[in-house]
Ligand binder design. Structure first.
Ligand code: UGA
Length: 435
């Protein structure tokens, strides 16, 4: 927002995070973000504070961007939203539009309005603020670009003037009139009511997660019938009704959003007596991918107990250091429980709280030394381009499992290794029988 010309004051209540942000660096890794932070601070248009009174006095539009982690029975935990809403309400002395970016259960706009109303200062009228829903479609790893060049901006609210005020805030992005904007990339503006906007967010993530689970189910069928899922995905994706995006088969989706949002939407259906059949299948198929990968290792490394398995990648996707609900966690745990000796390498992740004893290597070639199997779990560019001759020389065994279908099988095989992807043709015989 500062980059497109607004004066932005951001509130952070965690002292450590606040100090980092004030010094111009973020407390997590996101491509291009630190440069934006620094230029925002240098231009004087971006400041950070922990003082709600100051932030509210200096603003007209407030974006609520706090976390909504998974809570009980699939419903998101709205503790942070409640706390932030109350702090905003207490510090409100002039008209404001409150924009919900946090992913909140459908219907939260009304609840949020009453939460803020309940703490407004005595001398302030109830109608001093309005709540507008503005779902967030940023992807980790490309969030800066996704923000500046979105395909659509969705705004949901009943108060026309409030919605117009948010449209005005987004005007430089809608018109692509900011420095570096592209007039060919003007996003579509969708204005609607609050519940519809909130539902759009969940439906978008649930659809993407379902698309991935769908292609993963087809990938398993490919293994039975000796078909190649990458070619299947490419060909069906040429149909513009299907589109080639989000058709990469592999070990399945992870991250803080898909699992939580699919579960939350399913919980909303159940709360109304509806059985969320597709949403449940989407989740089950996704969990199944992690089991499939472990099963592949069990089939080849007989016995798995005592075998050395090298995991390439820990983050839930490339270009991020986020490991929330990463397939690597489930897989490393399952392998360790079955007696395998697991080590890992990731360019950005050196430790995972869920796996305190997991050993990590400093580079991929050190990692594969004496390994019986190498498993790709995150398709970082530096891992896609591995030199398999070196890998083959250093490994003890021959098995390479490509959990992201990102390697060129012929390059792996040319090094004398046994390649197995997720749905790429008939399965090779177990490694001890392969010549
Ligand atoms: C997702 C959505 O894509 C964003 O639009 C949304 O704003 C965000 O959630 C959110 O709700 O905050 P994100 O979780 O950052 O973004 O990452 P994605 O790029 O969607 O990838 C999610 C997972 O799906 C990753 O584990 C990725 O490896 C996996 N994936 C993705 C596949 O397995 N196959 C694909 O074809 C694409």
């Amino acid at each position: 927002m500062a980059a497109v010309g607004h004066d932005v004051v951001a509130v952070e209540i965690n002292e450590e995070k606040l100090a980092k942000l004030q010094s111009g660096s973020s407390y997590f890794y996101e491509t291009g973000l630190d440069a934006r932070l620094r230029s925002g601070i240098e231009s004087g248009r971006l400041t950070f504070t922990n003082d709600f009174e100051e932030a509210m006095a200096r603003s007209e539009v407030v974006f609520l961007c706090v976390d909504t982690p998974p809570g009980e029975n699939g419903h998101p935990d709205v503790t942070s939203v409640t706390a932030a809403a109350k702090s905003i309400g207490r510090a409100m002395h002039s008209p404001h539009v409150i924009v919900t970016k946090s992913t909140v259960p459908v219907g939260s706009g009304n609840w949020l309005t009453s939460t803020i109303e309940s703490v407004l200062p005595d001398d302030v009228e109830m109608g001093v603020f309005s709540v507008v829903s503005n779902p967030e479609f940023l992807r980790e790893g490309s969030a800066v670009n996704d923000f500046l060049f979105p395909e659509r901006i969705v705004l949901g609210g009943d108060n026309k003037e409030a919605v117009e005020q948010v449209v005005a805030a987004y005007k430089p992005i809608l018109d692509q009139s900011f420095p570096g904007g592209s007039t060919e990339a003007k996003p579509t503006l969708v204005t609607t009511d609050r519940s519809t906007a909130e539902t759009i967010k969940y439906a978008a993530n649930a659809f993407l997660a379902t698309k991935i689970s769908f292609i993963n189910e087809i990938a398993e069928i490919c293994e039975w019938v000796n078909a190649d899922i990458n070619e299947v995905a490419h060909a069906i994706g040429l149909d513009s009704r299907i589109s080639p995006k989000f058709l990469n088969a592999g070990v399945g989706w992870g991250g803080s959003c898909f699992g939580k949002d699919v579960e939350a939407l399913a919980a909303t259906a159940r709360a109304h007596g509806q059985e969320p059949l597709i949403l449940e299948a989407t989740q089950r198929v996704n969990q199944h991918q992690r089991h499939r990968l472990v099963r592949k290792l069990q089939q080849h490394l007989r016995p798995l107990r005592g075998s050395r398995v090298a995991l390439l990648g820990l983050a839930f996707k490339p270009e991020t250091d986020d490991t929330r609900d990463a397939p690597a966690i489930t897989i490393a745990q399952a392998l360790t429980e079955r007696g395998a000796i697991v080590r890992a390498y990731d360019p950005m992740v050196k430790q995972i709280p869920e796996l305190p004893n997991l050993q990590t290597a400093t580079d991929p070639y050190t990692l594969v030394e004496q390994a019986d199997a190498v498993v790709l779990l995150t398709e970082w560019a530096e891992l896609r381009d591995l030199d398999f001759q070196i890998v083959a020389e250093r490994m003890r065994g021959k098995l390479v499992i490509d959990g992201r279908n990102a390697f060129d099988p012929s390059r792996v095989r040319a090094a004398g290794l046994l390649y197995e992807g997720m749905g790429r043709g008939a399965l090779p015989p177990p490694v001890d029988q392969a010549w």
